[in-house]
Design a binder for this molecule. Sequence first.
Ligand SMILES: C[S@@+](CC[C@H](N)C(=O)[O-])C[C@H]1O[C@@H](n2cnc3c(N)ncnc32)[C@H](O)[C@@H]1O
Length: 262
Amino acid sequence: MPSPAAEPTAAVAELSPAEARLAMMELANMISVPMALTAVIRLGVPPAIWAGGANAPLPAAALLPAGHPDPSVLERLLRLLTSHSVFSEHAATDGGGGTRRYALTAVGRTLVPATGASSGASYADYVLQHHQDELVHAWPRLRDAVLDPAGPEAFARVHNGVSAYAYYGQEATELMMGAMTGVSKPFMEMLLDGYVGGFEGVETLVDVGGSSCLCLEMIMRRVTTIKEGVNFDLPSVVAAAPPIDGVRDALELSPLYFPRSR
Ligand SMILES: C[S@@+](CC[C@H](N)C(=O)[O-])C[C@H]1O[C@@H](n2cnc3c(N)ncnc32)[C@H](O)[C@@H]1O
């Protein structure tokens, strides 16, 4: 009799062999989605469609430089991402010869800066951060990291021993900060709406891995009883953090210390 420990910890979907093969094909091809996403961001597609809020469906040809010889490759990326709800596809109704046009969905709109009450940076930098060439080159070395767990992390194996965070902190700081701002700003807005009382009685707040210190700034602006904040991050990241309203230049005292100026 099987012991209770042999039970799976979560429900396992019952699939037919054909469904299982299809599921595995989808897993094997998954890389095409973030790579297509990265390509359309690098091509400037989301802001070109958004056009300040117009979001009018555009054909692939209109999203490429004038005179581009063949929009069919971009069209394939747009169709792939349409199947993942990033774009909506629209059939031409104005004699466009069957040309498909593409607009941003709610998911796609996260790739352009948000406006209105909940303003924020876009998620475009987050996508680019995760799929920058230097990081992509490291993924094939995962197997080596598994077989040699005491050795360097996968990233360091292809970058002369430099760790991923050391690289981000020194070579890709701006991208990393943009990526984190895009994610953290709306998240912190929601967190502060529900948790602001949780900071009651706090006088000094340490932001471990604070990056640009955006979260710390948002908390200190909302919770005015906090007297000082500390950005505990890598020295190169702290040095590159932008000046924060109402906060004295941290580097005057110590690279890691940010006193409130009032
Ligand atoms: C995921 S990011 C955090 C982003 C930030 N909290 C925000 O919401 O914008 C992780 C941060 O940890 C920092 N970090 C990595 N290793 C560190 C270390 N050894 N000591 C201090 N900070 C480190 C990185 O430089 C990076 O800024």
